[in-house]
Design a protein around this ligand. Sequence first.
Ligand SMILES: NC(=O)c1ccc[n+]([C@@H]2O[C@H](COP(=O)([O-])OP(=O)(O)OC[C@H]3O[C@@H](n4cnc5c(N)ncnc54)[C@H](O)[C@@H]3O)[C@@H](O)[C@H]2O)c1
Length: 284
Amino acid sequence: MTISKVGILGSGIMGSGIAEVAAAAGSLVVVRSRSQTTAESMLAGLEKSLARQVERDKRTVDDATAIRSRVSATTSIADLSDCDLVIESVVEEIGIKRALFNELDRVVQHGAILATNTSTLSVIDLAMETSRPDQVCGLHFFNPAPAMSLVEIVRPLCASDATIDAVHSFALECGKDPVVVKDQAGFVVNALLFPYLNNAVRLLEQGVATKEGIDTAMKGGCGFPMGPFALLDLVGLDTSLAILDALYAEFADPNFAPVPLLRRMVSAGQFGKKSGSGFYDYRR
Ligand SMILES: NC(=O)c1ccc[n+]([C@@H]2O[C@H](COP(=O)([O-])OP(=O)(O)OC[C@H]3O[C@@H](n4cnc5c(N)ncnc54)[C@H](O)[C@@H]3O)[C@@H](O)[C@H]2O)c1
Protein backbone atom coordinates (compact mmCIF):
# COMPACT_ATOMS: atom_id res chain seq x y z
CA MET A 1 0.00 0.00 0.00
CA THR A 2 1.14 3.57 -0.69
CA ILE A 3 1.40 6.07 2.12
CA SER A 4 1.00 9.56 0.71
CA LYS A 5 -1.00 11.31 3.43
CA VAL A 6 -0.01 11.06 7.09
CA GLY A 7 -2.02 12.18 10.09
CA ILE A 8 -0.36 12.95 13.40
CA LEU A 9 -2.20 13.09 16.68
CA GLY A 10 -0.42 15.35 19.17
CA SER A 11 1.82 18.34 18.54
CA GLY A 12 4.25 18.05 21.45
CA ILE A 13 7.99 17.43 21.11
CA MET A 14 7.56 14.20 19.17
CA GLY A 15 4.43 14.95 17.12
CA SER A 16 6.05 18.13 15.76
CA GLY A 17 9.30 16.36 14.91
CA ILE A 18 7.56 13.44 13.16
CA ALA A 19 5.48 15.93 11.13
CA GLU A 20 8.69 17.51 9.84
CA VAL A 21 10.21 14.12 9.00
CA ALA A 22 7.14 12.89 7.09
CA ALA A 23 6.74 16.17 5.16
CA ALA A 24 10.46 16.19 4.28
CA ALA A 25 9.96 12.67 2.86
CA GLY A 26 7.25 14.04 0.54
CA SER A 27 4.03 13.09 2.38
CA LEU A 28 1.14 15.43 2.95
CA VAL A 29 0.84 15.83 6.72
CA VAL A 30 -2.10 16.87 8.92
CA VAL A 31 -1.32 17.43 12.60
CA ARG A 32 -4.16 17.37 15.10
CA SER A 33 -3.62 19.56 18.18
CA ARG A 34 -6.05 20.02 21.03
CA SER A 35 -6.15 23.83 20.68
CA GLN A 36 -5.65 26.48 18.03
CA THR A 37 -2.82 27.98 20.11
CA THR A 38 -0.81 24.73 20.22
CA ALA A 39 -1.53 24.13 16.52
CA GLU A 40 -0.12 27.56 15.66
CA SER A 41 2.89 27.08 17.88
CA MET A 42 3.63 23.72 16.17
CA LEU A 43 3.56 25.44 12.74
CA ALA A 44 5.75 28.31 14.04
CA GLY A 45 8.20 25.72 15.43
CA LEU A 46 8.33 23.95 12.06
CA GLU A 47 9.04 27.23 10.23
CA LYS A 48 11.82 28.05 12.71
CA SER A 49 13.38 24.61 12.30
CA LEU A 50 13.28 24.85 8.48
CA ALA A 51 14.72 28.41 8.55
CA ARG A 52 17.59 27.15 10.72
CA GLN A 53 18.33 24.38 8.18
CA VAL A 54 18.38 26.93 5.35
CA GLU A 55 20.74 29.20 7.34
CA ARG A 56 23.08 26.23 7.87
CA ASP A 57 22.94 25.31 4.15
CA LYS A 58 21.29 21.97 4.96
CA ARG A 59 18.29 22.82 2.74
CA THR A 60 17.49 25.18 -0.08
CA VAL A 61 14.80 27.84 0.38
CA ASP A 62 12.63 26.05 -2.23
CA ASP A 63 12.93 22.76 -0.40
CA ALA A 64 11.98 24.37 2.94
CA THR A 65 9.01 26.15 1.32
CA ALA A 66 7.80 22.88 -0.23
CA ILE A 67 8.06 21.02 3.11
CA ARG A 68 6.16 23.78 4.93
CA SER A 69 3.42 23.75 2.26
CA ARG A 70 2.80 20.03 2.85
CA VAL A 71 1.98 20.46 6.58
CA SER A 72 -1.38 21.65 7.88
CA ALA A 73 -2.80 21.81 11.39
CA THR A 74 -6.27 21.09 12.70
CA THR A 75 -8.08 20.75 16.02
CA SER A 76 -10.52 18.17 14.62
CA ILE A 77 -9.79 14.43 14.52
CA ALA A 78 -12.28 14.17 11.63
CA ASP A 79 -9.70 15.94 9.42
CA LEU A 80 -7.52 12.80 9.61
CA SER A 81 -10.24 10.72 7.88
CA ASP A 82 -8.52 10.42 4.46
CA CYS A 83 -5.01 9.67 5.76
CA ASP A 84 -3.22 6.45 4.74
CA LEU A 85 -1.30 6.32 8.02
CA VAL A 86 -2.06 8.01 11.35
CA ILE A 87 0.68 8.22 13.99
CA GLU A 88 -0.58 8.82 17.51
CA SER A 89 1.93 10.78 19.61
CA VAL A 90 0.10 12.10 22.66
CA VAL A 91 0.99 11.94 26.33
CA GLU A 92 2.20 8.48 27.55
CA GLU A 93 -1.02 7.43 29.31
CA ILE A 94 -2.74 4.20 28.28
CA GLY A 95 -6.29 5.41 29.08
CA ILE A 96 -5.94 8.48 26.86
CA LYS A 97 -4.33 6.49 24.02
CA ARG A 98 -6.98 3.76 24.19
CA ALA A 99 -9.81 6.28 23.89
CA LEU A 100 -8.06 7.94 20.94
CA PHE A 101 -7.53 4.63 19.10
CA ASN A 102 -11.19 3.87 19.54
CA GLU A 103 -12.08 7.26 18.06
CA LEU A 104 -9.48 7.03 15.26
CA ASP A 105 -10.89 3.67 14.20
CA ARG A 106 -14.33 5.20 13.77
CA VAL A 107 -13.03 8.29 11.91
CA VAL A 108 -10.12 7.18 9.71
CA GLN A 109 -10.82 5.49 6.36
CA HIS A 110 -10.98 1.70 6.16
CA GLY A 111 -7.62 0.27 5.12
CA ALA A 112 -5.51 2.98 6.74
CA ILE A 113 -2.80 2.00 9.24
CA LEU A 114 -3.05 3.30 12.80
CA ALA A 115 0.34 3.54 14.54
CA THR A 116 1.48 4.67 17.97
CA ASN A 117 4.69 6.42 18.92
CA THR A 118 4.45 5.06 22.46
CA SER A 119 7.77 4.55 24.25
CA THR A 120 6.69 1.57 26.35
CA LEU A 121 2.95 0.94 26.41
CA SER A 122 1.33 -2.23 25.09
CA VAL A 123 0.55 -1.86 21.37
CA ILE A 124 -1.82 -4.86 21.38
CA ASP A 125 -3.98 -3.07 23.97
CA LEU A 126 -4.38 -0.16 21.53
CA ALA A 127 -4.94 -2.49 18.55
CA MET A 128 -7.78 -4.25 20.38
CA GLU A 129 -9.59 -0.92 20.74
CA THR A 130 -10.08 -0.97 16.98
CA SER A 131 -11.96 -3.06 14.42
CA ARG A 132 -8.70 -3.42 12.43
CA PRO A 133 -6.13 -4.93 14.85
CA ASP A 134 -4.17 -6.32 11.87
CA GLN A 135 -3.55 -2.71 10.74
CA VAL A 136 -2.16 -1.38 14.03
CA CYS A 137 1.52 -1.23 15.02
CA GLY A 138 4.06 0.87 16.85
CA LEU A 139 6.22 3.37 14.99
CA HIS A 140 8.63 4.58 17.64
CA PHE A 141 10.67 7.61 16.57
CA PHE A 142 13.48 9.03 18.71
CA ASN A 143 14.04 12.54 20.01
CA PRO A 144 14.71 14.81 18.13
CA ALA A 145 12.86 12.95 15.35
CA PRO A 146 14.45 14.84 12.41
CA ALA A 147 17.98 14.08 13.68
CA MET A 148 17.75 10.55 15.09
CA SER A 149 18.04 7.75 12.55
CA LEU A 150 16.35 4.90 14.43
CA VAL A 151 12.67 3.97 14.18
CA GLU A 152 11.52 0.91 16.15
CA ILE A 153 8.67 -0.80 14.31
CA VAL A 154 6.69 -2.54 17.03
CA ARG A 155 4.90 -5.64 15.85
CA PRO A 156 1.94 -6.64 18.05
CA LEU A 157 0.70 -10.25 17.88
CA CYS A 158 -2.13 -9.41 15.48
CA ALA A 159 -0.33 -7.17 12.94
CA SER A 160 -0.37 -8.34 9.31
CA ASP A 161 2.78 -8.65 7.20
CA ALA A 162 1.30 -6.04 4.84
CA THR A 163 1.07 -3.51 7.70
CA ILE A 164 4.64 -4.11 8.85
CA ASP A 165 5.95 -3.99 5.24
CA ALA A 166 4.12 -0.70 4.57
CA VAL A 167 5.47 1.09 7.66
CA HIS A 168 8.92 -0.37 7.01
CA SER A 169 8.91 1.21 3.51
CA PHE A 170 7.56 4.46 4.98
CA ALA A 171 10.39 4.58 7.56
CA LEU A 172 12.96 4.02 4.79
CA GLU A 173 11.38 6.81 2.70
CA CYS A 174 11.76 9.03 5.78
CA GLY A 175 15.51 8.29 5.66
CA LYS A 176 15.39 6.23 8.86
CA ASP A 177 16.95 2.89 9.84
CA PRO A 178 13.98 0.78 10.98
CA VAL A 179 14.33 -2.16 13.35
CA VAL A 180 11.37 -4.50 13.86
CA VAL A 181 10.83 -5.30 17.55
CA LYS A 182 8.46 -7.37 19.66
CA ASP A 183 5.56 -5.71 21.47
CA GLN A 184 7.13 -5.83 24.93
CA ALA A 185 7.46 -2.83 27.29
CA GLY A 186 10.46 -0.65 26.41
CA PHE A 187 11.07 -2.54 23.13
CA VAL A 188 14.89 -2.49 22.69
CA VAL A 189 16.16 1.02 23.36
CA ASN A 190 14.11 2.04 26.38
CA ALA A 191 14.39 -1.41 28.01
CA LEU A 192 18.18 -0.87 28.02
CA LEU A 193 18.29 2.93 28.47
CA PHE A 194 15.85 3.54 31.33
CA PRO A 195 17.49 1.39 34.04
CA TYR A 196 20.64 3.42 33.32
CA LEU A 197 18.83 6.79 33.53
CA ASN A 198 16.97 5.71 36.68
CA ASN A 199 20.20 4.56 38.33
CA ALA A 200 21.85 7.89 37.48
CA VAL A 201 19.10 9.63 39.51
CA ARG A 202 19.73 7.10 42.31
CA LEU A 203 23.46 7.98 42.34
CA LEU A 204 22.55 11.66 42.55
CA GLU A 205 20.15 10.96 45.45
CA GLN A 206 22.91 9.00 47.21
CA GLY A 207 25.27 11.98 46.81
CA VAL A 208 27.88 9.99 44.87
CA ALA A 209 28.54 13.00 42.60
CA THR A 210 26.81 16.16 41.40
CA LYS A 211 24.55 16.01 38.32
CA GLU A 212 27.21 17.90 36.37
CA GLY A 213 29.82 15.42 37.60
CA ILE A 214 27.72 12.39 36.58
CA ASP A 215 27.02 13.90 33.13
CA THR A 216 30.73 14.66 32.63
CA ALA A 217 31.65 11.14 33.78
CA MET A 218 29.32 9.40 31.33
CA LYS A 219 30.35 11.61 28.40
CA GLY A 220 34.09 11.32 29.08
CA GLY A 221 34.07 7.74 30.35
CA CYS A 222 31.65 6.11 27.91
CA GLY A 223 31.81 8.46 24.92
CA PHE A 224 28.09 9.27 25.18
CA PRO A 225 27.08 12.49 23.39
CA MET A 226 25.20 13.70 26.45
CA GLY A 227 25.02 12.73 30.11
CA PRO A 228 21.97 11.11 31.78
CA PHE A 229 20.59 14.32 33.32
CA ALA A 230 20.78 16.32 30.07
CA LEU A 231 19.07 13.36 28.35
CA LEU A 232 16.32 13.08 31.00
CA ASP A 233 15.63 16.82 30.59
CA LEU A 234 15.45 16.40 26.80
CA VAL A 235 13.09 13.40 26.95
CA GLY A 236 10.90 15.11 29.60
CA LEU A 237 10.78 13.96 33.23
CA ASP A 238 7.00 13.34 33.04
CA THR A 239 7.48 11.09 29.99
CA SER A 240 10.48 9.39 31.65
CA LEU A 241 8.43 8.67 34.79
CA ALA A 242 5.59 7.23 32.68
CA ILE A 243 8.10 5.01 30.83
CA LEU A 244 9.60 3.68 34.09
CA ASP A 245 6.14 3.08 35.58
CA ALA A 246 5.14 1.08 32.48
CA LEU A 247 8.39 -0.93 32.53
CA TYR A 248 7.96 -1.68 36.26
CA ALA A 249 4.32 -2.69 35.73
CA GLU A 250 5.41 -5.20 33.05
CA PHE A 251 8.52 -6.72 34.65
CA ALA A 252 8.44 -5.85 38.41
CA ASP A 253 12.24 -5.43 38.14
CA PRO A 254 13.54 -3.04 40.88
CA ASN A 255 15.83 -1.37 38.33
CA PHE A 256 12.68 0.01 36.67
CA ALA A 257 11.04 1.28 39.90
CA PRO A 258 11.26 5.08 39.54
CA VAL A 259 13.63 6.68 42.05
CA PRO A 260 11.59 8.92 44.43
CA LEU A 261 13.42 12.11 43.39
CA LEU A 262 12.17 11.70 39.81
CA ARG A 263 8.54 11.37 40.94
CA ARG A 264 8.89 14.39 43.26
CA MET A 265 10.32 16.54 40.46
CA VAL A 266 7.38 15.63 38.21
CA SER A 267 4.95 16.49 41.04
CA ALA A 268 6.72 19.87 41.25
CA GLY A 269 6.11 20.49 37.52
CA GLN A 270 9.83 20.24 36.74
CA PHE A 271 9.51 18.38 33.43
CA GLY A 272 12.87 19.36 31.92
CA LYS A 273 13.52 21.48 28.83
CA LYS A 274 9.86 21.70 27.80
CA SER A 275 8.79 23.28 31.13
CA GLY A 276 11.89 25.49 31.50
CA SER A 277 13.45 23.52 34.36
CA GLY A 278 14.33 19.98 35.31
CA PHE A 279 17.75 18.83 36.45
CA TYR A 280 19.04 21.96 34.70
CA ASP A 281 17.52 25.44 34.31
CA TYR A 282 16.53 26.50 30.75
CA ARG A 283 14.82 29.81 31.60
CA ARG A 284 17.83 32.06 31.04
N1 LIG B 1 10.07 12.76 24.58
C1 LIG B 1 10.72 11.76 24.02
O1 LIG B 1 11.96 11.73 24.04
C2 LIG B 1 9.97 10.67 23.31
C3 LIG B 1 10.68 9.84 22.39
C4 LIG B 1 9.98 8.85 21.70
C5 LIG B 1 8.63 8.65 21.94
N2 LIG B 1 7.98 9.46 22.85
C6 LIG B 1 6.55 9.23 23.04
O2 LIG B 1 5.85 10.19 22.24
C7 LIG B 1 4.58 10.48 22.84
C8 LIG B 1 4.47 11.98 23.04
O3 LIG B 1 5.54 12.43 23.86
P1 LIG B 1 6.15 13.91 23.76
O4 LIG B 1 7.55 13.82 24.28
O5 LIG B 1 5.89 14.51 22.43
O6 LIG B 1 5.26 14.64 24.88
P2 LIG B 1 4.80 16.17 24.99
O7 LIG B 1 4.50 16.37 26.45
O8 LIG B 1 5.78 17.08 24.33
O9 LIG B 1 3.46 16.20 24.13
C9 LIG B 1 2.31 15.50 24.55
C10 LIG B 1 1.17 15.82 23.60
O10 LIG B 1 0.02 15.10 24.07
C11 LIG B 1 -1.10 15.99 24.03
N3 LIG B 1 -2.09 15.53 25.00
C12 LIG B 1 -1.99 15.52 26.35
N4 LIG B 1 -3.13 15.04 26.89
C13 LIG B 1 -3.95 14.74 25.85
C14 LIG B 1 -5.27 14.23 25.75
N5 LIG B 1 -5.99 13.93 26.85
N6 LIG B 1 -5.82 14.05 24.50
C15 LIG B 1 -5.11 14.36 23.39
N7 LIG B 1 -3.85 14.86 23.42
C16 LIG B 1 -3.29 15.04 24.64
C17 LIG B 1 -0.50 17.35 24.38
O11 LIG B 1 -1.37 18.38 24.01
C18 LIG B 1 0.78 17.30 23.54
O12 LIG B 1 0.51 17.64 22.19
C19 LIG B 1 4.53 9.67 24.14
O13 LIG B 1 3.87 8.46 23.91
C20 LIG B 1 6.01 9.41 24.44
O14 LIG B 1 6.21 8.27 25.22
C21 LIG B 1 8.62 10.47 23.52
